[in-house]
Design a protein around this ligand. Structure first.
Ligand SMILES: Nc1ncnc2c1ncn2[C@@H]1O[C@H](COP(=O)(O)OP(=O)(O)OP(=O)(O)O)[C@@H](O)[C@H]1O
Ligand SMILES: [Mg+2]
Length: 580
C-alpha cells in the first residue's frame, strides 16, 4: 500500500472510530509517558548509585537509591498496567464496532451482493481483519508513544552523561529505521495474501461441514483431506512468512546493538583514560543505551503493525462501503392496501454475471384476493418472478405495482410487511420450534401460534417432538424431517397474517395426505388474500384462479386449468409429465 493511501485509511479510522475514545487514549498516552520517564529514571539513578554509594560510600544514599529504584519500577509497573488496560479496551471496542458494521452490512446488503461473495469471506473479515485492527490500536498506539518517549528520554540522558558518546550512538540509529521501512512494505503484501488464504480456509471448512453427507456418499474423504491439508498448509505458510519477516528484524537489530556496544566500550575506554568521562557517567550511559534497545526494536516493528492494520481496515471498509441498492427509505409513503391487485408491466430481469435474462417482458394482471399459479420447467423463471415482488432483486426493465403504487415508490418496510413468503429452500434458525414460528411475529399470542400450526398441519408432529414447541431443531432444522421443516415454515408464514402470500414449492416435500391437509389449510388461509404460488402438484394448481405458463423466462400461455388443458400444448405436456 502507498503511503498516502495508508494516511487516508488511518484518517478515516481515526474520524469514524478512534476519535470518540480520545480521552481514554490521551490518558493511556500520558501514563505511557510516565512509563518512559520511569525507564529513563532507572538509568539515571545508576549515576548517583555508583558515585555516592560505591565511590563516596555515603550511608544515606545507600538506602535512598535502592528505595528510589524500587519506587520507579513500581510506578512504571502500575502506570503500564493502567495504560494497557485503557488502550486494550479502546482497541477491542473499535474491533467490535467494525464487526457491528460488517454485520449491519450483511443484514442490509442486496441479495445479489451477498450471492456474489462466499459467506466464508465475510467470516474472515469479521474475525481476522477486525482482529488486526484491534491489534493496531491496542498495541500500536501505546507502543508508538511509550517507545518514542522512552527513546527521547534515554537519548537525552545519554547526551546529559556525555555528548561525545551520545553522538556516536545516535549516529547508528537511522540504520535501524531504514531496516524497519523495508520490512514494513514486505509485511503489508504478505498480510494481504494471508487474509485471502484465511478466507479460503474458512470457505473450505464451511463447505465440508455443509456437504458432510455428499462427501461420504461419494467417498471423497481422502480427496477432501488432501484439499484441507492444502488449504491449511497455505495459511500456515503465510503465517510463518509473516512471522519470519517480523523476527527478521531481530538478528539485524542484535548485530547492530552488539556493534554499537563494542564501539561504545572501545570509545569510552579512550574517554576515561583522558579523564573526559567519569565511571558513574559511564554506567548510567550504558544502562540508558541498553534500555534504548527495546524501544528501538519495537519502533522498528511498528511500521509493520501499521501496514497490517491498514490493509485489514481497507478490506473491512471495502465491505462496509458496498453500495446498497435496495435501501429502505422511510421518507417514501407507505404501501396502502385496498384490493391488493398486483401488476407486472413489461418486467425483465437478468442476474449478475449471467448471459441470458431470467425473465423477459413479463406482464401480469393479478386481481386482489385470488390465487395465481406459475408453472413451467425448472429454470423457467418462476422463483425469479416471486423474488421480484418483495424487491430481493431489482428488475432492470418494467415496473411492478400493488394497488397502483409502484413498489419502488413506497418504503421497503411497508412493502415487506405485507408479504409472507415460503421459499423454495426452507430457512430455519438453530432455535426452538416456537422461536422459529414466532419469528414472523414476536408478539403473537400462544393461541395465534397454535392456530398457525393447525393451519400448517404441524401441531401433531410438534407435540410428538421430545420437548414439543421447545425442541431445538438444530442448524437449519437438521433434527426434523424435510416435510416437517416445510410445515414449520408454512406456520411461520401464516402467523405473519399478511395480505400477500408467496408460496414457492411450499408443499413439495410433503406426502399426499399431509399435502392435502396443508392444501386445505392454505385454501382457507388464502381466502381474501392475494396468493402467488409455484407448485408441481396438480391439486394446488387446479384451484388457482389464474395460471401462467412460463417457458425460458417468458409467459407463453395463461388461463385457468380447464382453459389451458384444452388450449395450451405446453401446459398439457407439463400436466401429463409432472403435474400428476
Ligand atoms: N441467484 C442466481 N444467480 C444467477 N442466476 C440465477 C440465480 N437464480 C436463478 N438463476 C437463473 O435464472 C433462471 C431462472 O431461475 P428460477 O430460479 O427463476 O427458475 P424456476 O422456474 O424457479 O426453476 P425451479 O422450478 O427449478 O425452481 C435459471 O436459468 C437460473 O439459472
Ligand atoms: Mg424455483
Amino acid at each position: 500500500m502507498k503511503f498516502n493511501e495508508i494516511i487516508i485509511i488511518l484518517k478515516r479510522l481515526y474520524k469514524e472510530h478512534v476519535r470518540r475514545y480520545l480521552k481514554r487514549i490521551l490518558l493511556a498516552m500520558s501514563l505511557s509517558i510516565l512509563v518512559a520517564g520511569c525507564t529513563a529514571a532507572t538509568a539515571w539513578l545508576l549515576d548517583p548509585a555508583v558515585k555516592k554509594i560505591f565511590i563516596e560510600k555515603d550511608k544515606t544514599f545507600a538506602w535512598l537509591i535502592p528505595l528510589g529504584i524500587f519506587l520507579t519500577f513500581t510506578t512504571k509497573g502500575i502506570s503500564l498496567y493502567f495504560a494497557r488496560m485503557n488502550i486494550i479496551k479502546v482497541g477491542s471496542r473499535i474491533g467490535g464496532e467494525l464487526q457491528n458494521k460488517i454485520a449491519y452490512n450483511i443484514l442490509h446488503a442486496d441479495i445479489k451482493t451477498l450471492e456474489n461473495r462466499h459467506s466464508g469471506k465475510f467470516i474472515s473479515n469479521i474475525f481476522y481483519d477486525c482482529g488486526q485492527v484491534t491489534h493496531l490500536v491496542s498495541t500500536g498506539v501505546l507502543n508508538i508513544v511509550k517507545d518514542s518517549f522512552s527513546l527521547i528520554a534515554l537519548v537525552s540522558l545519554m547526551f546529559y552523561q556525555n555528548w561525545k558518546l551520545a553522538s556516536f550512538a545516535v549516529f547508528m540509529m537511522p540504520l535501524a529505521l531504514l531496516l524497519a521501512k523495508s520490512l514494513g512494505k514486505r509485511i503489508g503484501k504478505v498480510q494481504g495474501e494471508a487474509s485471502e488464504k484465511s478466507g479460503i480456509l474458512t470457505v473450505f471448512i464451511m463447505e465440508i461441514l455443509k456437504a458432510a453427507k455428499m462427501i461420504r456418499i461419494h467417498q471423497k474423504e481422502k480427496a477432501e483431506v488432501i484439499n484441507s491439508k492444502k488449504a491449511i498448509h497455505e495459511t500456515v505458510e503465510k503465517n510463518i512468512k509473516i512471522a519470519s519477516i517480523m523476527v527478521r528484524a531481530t538478528p539485524v537489530m542484535e548485530a547492530l546493538t552488539g556493534f554499537m556496544i563494542a564501539g561504545f566500550i572501545f570509545y569510552s575506554g579512550k574517554l576515561i583514560s583522558t579523564g573526559e568521562l567519569q565511571i558513574n557517567n559511564f554506567f548510567s550511559f550504558l544502562a540508558a543505551m541498553m534500555l534504548a534497545y527495546q524501544p528501538i526494536r519495537s519502533l522498528a516493528t511498528i511500521n509493520m503493525l501499521i501496514h497490517q492494520g491498514t490493509t485489514a481496515s481497507k478490506r473491512i471498509f471495502d465491505v462496509i462501503d458496498t453500495f446498497i441498492e435496495t435501501k429502505n427509505d422511510p421518507t417514501l409513503p407507505s404501501l396502502k392496501i385496498k384490493n391488493c391487485d398486483i401488476k407486472f408491466n413489461n418486467v425483465s430481469f437478468i442476474y449478475l454475471n449471467t448471459k441470458e435474462k431470467a425473465i423477459r417482458n413479463i406482464n401480469l394482471d393479478i386481481a386482489g384476493g385470488t390465487m395465481t399459479a406459475f408453472v413451467g420447467h425448472s429454470g423457467a423463471g418462476k422463483s425469479t418472478i416471486i423474488n421480484l415482488l418483495p424487491r430481493f432483486y431489482e428488475a432492470q426493465n418494467g415496473n411492478i405495482s400493488i394497488d397502483n403504487q409502484d413498489i419502488h415508490n413506497i418504503n421497503l418496510d411497508s412493502l415487506r410487511k405485507n408479504i409472507s413468503l415460503v421459499s423454495q429452500d426452507v430457512i430455519l434458525f438453530d432455535d426452538t420450534v416456537r422461536a422459529n414460528i414466532a419469528y414472523a411475529n414476536s408478539e403473537a399470542s400462544e393461541k395465534e401460534i397454535l392456530e398457525a400450526c393447525d393451519f400448517a398441519a404441524a401441531t401433531e408432529f410438534i407435540n410428538k417432538l421430545p420437548k414439543g414447541f421447545e425442541t431445538s431443531i438444530g442448524e437449519n432444522g437438521v433434527r426434523v424431517s424435510g416435510g416437517q421443516k416445510q410445515r414449520i415454515s408454512i406456520a411461520r408464514a401464516i402467523l405473519k397474517k399478511s395480505p400477500i402470500i408467496l408460496l414457492d414449492e411450499a408443499t413439495s416435500s410433503l406426502d399426499a395426505e399431509s399435502e392435502e391437509i396443508v392444501q386445505n389449510a392454505i385454501s382457507n388461509l388464502v381466502k381474501n388474500k392475494t396468493t402467488l404460488v409455484i407448485a408441481h402438484r396438480l391439486s394446488t394448481i387446479r384451484s388457482a384462479n389464474q395460471i401462467y405458463v412460463l417457458k425460458n423466462g417468458s409467459i407463453i400461455d395463461s388461463g385457468n386449468h380447464d382453459f389451458l388443458i384444452k388450449n395450451s400444448t405446453e401446459y398439457e405436456s407439463l400436466y401429463k409429465k409432472q403435474l400428476k
